[in-house]
Design a protein around this ligand. Structure first.
Ligand code: NAD
Length: 650
């Protein structure tokens, strides 16, 4: 029984799940647990302590088994056997107690956890719900409002919150196993507590189930699993336990075989595979305890914030003292906003800000093994910055640019050693967005790549390796479907119709609302810079240019694709008039588009652009493209990404 060790010591049974790296509940573990119950039943122990070997309790099911038909022994039966044990089982948790892992703990008669433990039911993130009684036991341990949050949101909570809500009975203050043993002995003396299924629902505020459902339906944007988790909890509240358990299992099995779950498993694996090449880079990464940032505008301040919150010292260089002071204020405000949102503790915010030095002198950067440039998107300015870096930085320092579109190779060629140059393309807001495109230039060396990978790990970001082209992976694909959306406008669609189709598909916002939010001027400048090289025979829609020329630069101007004078986005007849004029100019008769036609156009444009990016070697795998579009551009995760939808293998 390599996967589950069973020992008897001091009249206690010690059951240890040992299935590295995360003690996933694969078949052998389930078998081991079932055998342990039988073995200990006849061994005369007073109580049992169940724990996980290594860094954590149990991180969940073995995700590789999830796409397959379930194999015996089934987890619900194993958990029933634990609950039915006449002697108390105490779950002793540390590290991760997630999904099936938390279900195991809830089937025990009592729970204790180290302060570092994260407890949760993240099943909805992979398109399923707990399938072994999790939604039936949970509201018998915590108030229903907490149960709804845990099971439908998929986010774990910390041990302290778990204690306050009743999910665990005790917080270990010292040695987890010793304190679990003490608890087991106490329970053996006072009598085994009822298992969760024999308890009443925890009393709490009354739940308005229809309101909950309506709210969740809006939030989950077409994903089914969160709604099924809610329905399952509702049964747990309103039906007898046996029916609720059977209903949950049915839902679980149906969802496990669904397209949504298959798509989400694809994304799960694609995210873990992304950036693998960086880990394999044949060189040591630069030390990241002190990082230089040049330019403290929107992106530089966000990048600095991300670094500071991860515990790195930051040397932020601006063009003059006034700009440096403004940059410091921007970082301070970004950190303060994170504290207000509850993403960071107040003390964490203060200590992060203490790690920041701002100034104008490049000499301050010389002990930074990595410097990230985030100045204006202008090749001449960036060149000047890299020339200064070249002059002062030690030979082994890695130098990165956050450019969105400029040619990283061209920039690298202006420096002494192009091997140490790479692109690190962050997304705005840089301290929040999970995606990091690591741009590998033709000369980028292994140390620079390894450093990109190490930076992503430090900041908790998902790195995707991209080659050099106009817009790398994400912006290039976005530019292509943005252009096609303008063609659709010219052919007869209206901005709000395209946005509504995208939202119905699962995007949080439509492309026009997004453009209004971030401003139409950046893309306008980009188009003007290319105007001279444009092939005159190529189709070109002038609509966005006309909007910009009329001062409609988006929300900040009070109008863009929509009118914001009332405070919210309203359809603007002025925009419709411009569209009609442009259709006439292009000689097109306007026609109506259905939501489906709009989405088919957008998807096929994305897929064609994605295929081109693959063919040119800009992206390494179709999965990488899906990760970029989902984590950087709001593509609905439960659809698996554009390349997955195209049926591209891998
Ligand atoms: P920004 O205008 O907000 O900030 C640029 C900052 O650079 C300003 O604070 C400016 O004072 C400073 N700066 C300019 N020249 C400098 C110099 N010579 N030395 C030191 N500092 C200098 O611009 P931003 O939106 O933060 O964009 C910065 C870079 O990041 C650009 O290359 C842009 O393409 C890229 N980027 C932007 C976004 C985005 O969403 N805004 C996303 C990804 C990448």
């Amino acid at each position: 029984m390599a996967d589950v060790a069973v020992n008897i010591r001091d009249r206690l049974g010690w059951v240890t799940i040992d299935n590295p790296p995360v003690n996933a509940l694969g078949r052998a573990v389930r078998q081991g647990l079932q055998d342990a119950v039988l073995h200990l039943r006849d061994a005369g122990v007073r109580a049992v302590v169940l724990s996980g070997a290594g860094r954590g309790f149990v991180a969940g099911a073995d995700i590789r088994e999830l796409g397959q038909p379930p194999v015996a022994p089934f987890l619900p039966d194993v958990l029933a056997a634990i609950s039915d044990s006449t002697v108390p089982w105490v779950a002793a948790m540390n590290g991760l107690a997630l999904g099936g892992g938390l279900e195991v703990a809830m089937a025990c008669h009592a729970r204790i956890a180290s302060p570092d433990t994260k407890l949760g039911l993240p099943e909805v993130n992979i398109g399923i719900i707990p399938g072994s009684g999790g939604t039936v036991r949970l509201p018998r341990l915590v108030p229903m409002a907490t149960a709804i949050k845990l099971a439908t949101g998929g986010k774990p909570i910390g041990a302290q919150e778990a204690l306050e809500t009743g999910l665990i009975d005790r917080l270990a203050t010292g040695d987890l196993l010793a304190e679990a043993a003490a608890m087991a002995n106490e329970l053996a003396a006072t009598g085994r507590p009822d298992p969760a299924l024999l308890r009443d629902l925890v009393a709490g505020e009354a739940i308005d189930w229809s309101a909950q459902e309506a709210q969740l339906r809006r939030r989950s944007r077409g994903a089914q699993a969160p709604l099924e988790a809610l329905a399952s909890l509702r049964c747990a509240a309103q039906e007898p336990v046996d029916l609720a358990l059977a209903g949950e299992r049915d839902r679980f099995l149906r969802l496990a075989a669904s397209d949504e779950a298959a798509a989400l498993r694809h994304v799960f694996f694609a995210e873990r595979a992304a950036g693998r090449a960086l880990k394999q880079a044949d060189a040591a990464a630069a030390d990241l305890s002190s990082v230089g940032v040049i330019g403290g505008g929107t992106m530089g301040a966000g990048i600095a914030t991300a670094l500071l919150l991860a515990g790195a010292q930051v040397r932020l260089i601006e063009r003059d003292a006034t700009a440096a002071a403004a940059a410091r204020a921007r970082v301070a405000e970004t950190i303060a906003a994170s504290v207000r949102r509850g993403a960071v503790a107040a003390s964490g915010g203060e200590s992060a800000l203490a790690l920041l030095r701002t100034g104008t002198d490049y000499a301050a950067l010389t002990d930074c093994p990595l410097v990230i440039e985030a100045v204006f998107e202008d090749m001449d300015i960036k060149r000047e910055v890299f020339a200064k870096l070249d002059a002062v930085m030690p030979a082994e320092a890695v130098l990165a640019t956050n450019t969105s579109y400029l040619d990283v190779d061209e920039l690298a060629r202006t420096t002494r050693d192009p091997a140490r140059i790479l692109g690190l393309h962050f997304f705005s807001p840089a301290h929040v967005m999970k995606l990091l495109e690591v741009v590998r230039g033709e000369a980028t060396g292994a140390r620079a790549l390894a450093t990109g990978g190490a930076l992503a790990r430090l900041l908790g970001k998902i790195p995707v390796v991209a080659g050099v082209c106009d817009g790398f992976i994400g912006n290039r694909i976005m530019a292509s479907y943005r252009r096609d959306c303008e063609f659709m406008l010219e052919e007869g669609a209206l901005p709000h119709e395209i946005d509504a189709a995208m939202q119905a598909f699962g995007f949080a916002m439509g492309i026009h609302a997004v453009q209004d939010m971030s401003g139409l001027d950046i893309a306008w400048a980009w188009r003007r810079a290319r105007a001279a090289h444009r092939d005159p025979s190529e189709r070109y829609a002038h609509i966005a240019d006309r909007l910009c020329a009329a001062g409609r630069l988006g929300r900040k101007a009070g109008k863009g694709w929509y009118d914001y004078s009332s405070g919210k986005a309203e359809i603007d007849p002025e925009v419709t008039r411009i569209l009609e004029e442009e259709s006439a100019r292009a000689g097109r008769t306007r026609k109506a588009f259905t939501k489906q036609e709009i989405m088919e156009r957008i998807l096929s444009t994305m897929q064609r652009a994605g295929q081109a990016v693959l063919d040119e070697g800009i992206a390494e795998t179709p999965g990488d493209i899906d990760v970029v579009m989902i984590t950087g551009y709001g593509f609905p995760r439960h659809r698996g990404g554009p390349m997955y939808m195209a049926g591209t293998p891998g």
